[in-house]
Write a protein that binds this ligand. Sequence first.
Ligand code: SAM
Length: 330
Amino acid sequence: MADLKLIDPYNRHLNYLRISITDRCNLKCIYCVPRHLIPRLSHDEILTYEEILRLVRIGVRLGISKIRVTGGEPLVRKGVYGFLTDLSGLDGLVDLSLTTNGVTLKDNLNKIKTAGIKRINISLDTLNPKKFERITGFDLFDQVWQGIEMALSLGFHPIKLNIVALNGINDDELADMAHLSFDYPLHIRFIEYMPIGESQIGNAPLLLAPEIKKRISVLGKLIPVAKTMNDGPAQRYHFEGAAGEIGFIHALSHHFCDRCNRLRLTARGQLRPCLLSDHHEDVRGIMRSGGTDEQLAEVFFRAVRHKPSDHNLAIQNPSGVCGQMSSIGG
Ligand code: SAM
């Protein structure tokens, strides 16, 4: 198994695994999951930490070197800090990061740091506390903002703020959010809303990266940032004199499938080769019926063989994906 690598039929080397450790969340964001579909997997249905670590060890032997822990909200799962510590102690991982809504960040940053996490992505779609409540269902803006400020003061770097751009909801704030990059060394990342699963967004026209760029260019010229080896799919820029950066995740207007190096592991133990396709391979069943590491490695290869050349979310006619972002992990 040692020499085998995860290379898909289109010659993409898959070295990045995103792991959703829970489908539960302490927010109910309108674009992520409709309230009647809020998931409730039982304890037995989700992978144990030991099961996840076993899969990661197998993945690392197959060339996985980069991991992001996500959810649901990863920080609501009991035992998460011990798990992060175990994960960061595994040989062969060069990059370990976390995506969180920031709600419980403030009181747990030291544990996150001690666990070995240096890079955090925090979702924040507005700077207006009332709107935050409208988007997420909870009056917790101040708590999240305090978490962001504290993460900055503790030296986490980079801290990326994920903003899903939504027409009629936060489109009037795009320049204000981009302006944060002048005052803080934050990476402000505008994400195009992806119409997958069911959501409460309705049929408002999508707000795509070219339009976002146009709107924030009132702040100045966007200067491209030189690409580095570990760059993800974001198009990166900065404003002259700014402390931070601006990024665009343009999954729809200019998809980056040709460079996609990702696999996803869901909390219920499915390996998904593409965020925007419903194909998945079951690893939980195989593990729990006594499957060997070789058999589990074969499931990784099967998922890789099914990675589509690109996703089918055409802008004109979003076909939709049945899985919910909250259970796949974004
Ligand atoms: N609870 C964590 C959080 O809020 O960051 C992690 C899970 S969340 C599903 C991961 C990312 O997916 C978040 O940045 C969120 O904004 C993004 N996301 C969720 N639904 C989305 C959608 N329909 N289109 C684009 N991004 C979405």
